[in-house]
Ligand binder design. Structure first.
Ligand code: NZQ
Ligand code: ZN
Length: 380
């Protein structure tokens, strides 16, 4: 096991009816920016619960954060934050709303000219941020319990992540009851995203960390079990609760302490979303299998272990096939051609982008721009 330091400062408040806990968590002496998405919270009662919990407070609303949140939208909210001297950001939604809340929180104290520099420096230039609180409405990204944010830019077709210890949410309220209204497509996306988060931290090479391996395997088994139940029986509160907690644990980086991590699938996938607009999970479900095929030899030992312990599979290839069959059983496509995307064109463009940025990644640091292109071509 490698050395590690682990700190996760987010308070998790879990369960039905817990949104009322906002009253003691959100500061009463400062204007609060209430950030939300396209309006699902107005249909499913979450908006009313938040308003009721914060009755009498100085609340400034900002709705309309889009999936794959845009820089332009964040900058509009930032203007309001500055104008109204906002002292706290309450993000009510999924990864998109939470990520934009984190970006706005960091941008509020950013001294440079252009807040996009936060992204260009991957968050390393953040020294302070407004406090952020979260009411999570969709299990998927883990953003409610980590320091990541992914922001998109339409004019340059970019989608990039930053990380900072300053933007961890102070608290995250997870009420599974509010997830009962998530459309099937988003449930499917959430299962695949959370599942892939675990795989990125687990399918690397053996590293004498049996506890972390078993945490990862138990999360994968649990997601494989409750994900389909959630799709078939959307009113099943217990399945929703287990799914919600699993998705949070899948990316609060506890399972990756002391072990190698990959993240190639995510690195390539966000570029596909930036270029072609597919949902985050839709791109993961294609790219993952290219990464595994390309890195088959290096990952074989962990793929065999995963297959044995999660799927009762008898080989690494069997483990890969079962994973693809699982994604497809959820209704996910796993090839570019199924979205009428030209893999050669995508591969060329993404290789050029990675070359320009000078990036390599993967657990061995050997996914070069050329390797990324090959991975994309394998999924044509
Ligand atoms: O916008 P509204 O109207 O609220 O509708 C949303 C949106 O259309 C809807 N929704 C959310 N909760 C609902 C609901 N509909 C009905 N009932 C509810 N309770 O779901 C749609 C998707 O929302 P979004 O926030 O975009 O989904 P998700 O949580 O999957 O977030 C995706 C974003 O997070 C990034 C992704 O790249 C993408 O931009 N990620 C963030 C990560 C992080 N911060 O750690 C890691 C991930 O790998 C990922 O990259
Ligand atoms: Zn993801």
């Amino acid at each position: 096991m490698k050395n590690f330091i682990y700190k996760n400062p987010t308070e998790i408040i879990f369960g039905q009816g817990m949104i009322k806990e906002l009253v003691t968590r959100v500061p009463a002496d400062k204007p609060v920016l209430f950030l939300y998405g396209g309006g699902s919270i107005k249909k499913n009662g979450v908006y009313d619960q938040v308003r009721a919990a914060l009755a009498g407070r100085n609340i400034i609303e900002f709705g309309g954060v889009e999936p794959n949140p845009q820089l332009g939208t964040c900058l509009k909210a930032l203007d309001i934050v500055r104008r109204e001297s906002v002292g706290f950001i309450l993000a009510v939604g999924g990864g998109s709303v939470i990520d934009s809340g984190k970006f706005i929180a960091a941008a509020a104290y950013f001294q440079g000219k252009d807040p996009w520099e936060i992204i260009l420096h991957k968050g390393a230039n953040i020294t302070k941020a407004l406090p952020v609180g979260v009411v999570l409405t969709i299990p998927a990204t883990g953003s409610e319990n980590n320091g990541n944010a992914v922001i998109s830019r339409r004019d340059t077709q970019e989608k990039l992540m930053f990380v900072s210890p300053h933007v961890y949410p102070r608290f995250a309220i997870l009420d599974p009851a509010v997830t009962l209204t998530i459309p099937q497509k988003q449930v499917r996306n959430g299962i695949v995203d959370a599942f892939t988060h675990v795989l990125e931290q687990y399918i690397t090479y053996p590293s004498s960390a049996p506890l972390q391996d078993r945490w990862a395997e138990s999360l994968l088994q649990t997601l494989a079990e409750v994900g389909p139940v959630t799709l078939k029986d959307p009113a099943n509160y217990e399945a929703r609760a287990t799914f919600m907690w699993s998705a949070t644990l899948a990316l609060n980086y506890l399972i990756s302490v002391g072990v190698p991590q990959d993240w190639s699938t995510h690195r390539i996938s966000v570029e596909i979303t930036a270029l072609y607009g597919l949902d985050h999970a839709e791109t993961l479900a294609i790219v993952l299998f290219g990464v595994w095929e390309y890195k088959f030899k290096d990952k074989q030992a962990k793929l065999e272990q995963y297959g044995r312990n999660v799927w009762q599979a008898n080989s690494a290839q069997d483990a890969i096939d079962r994973t693809e069959a699982f994604f497809r059983s959820l209704g996910m496509k796993t090839r570019f051609s199924e979205y009428k995307i030209n893999a050669e064109e995508a591969g060329r463009e993404i290789r050029a982008r990675f070359t320009k940025r000078g990036v390599v990644f993967g657990e061995h640091g050997d996914i070069t721009p050329e390797a990324a292109e090959k991975i994309i071509l394998m999924r044509a």
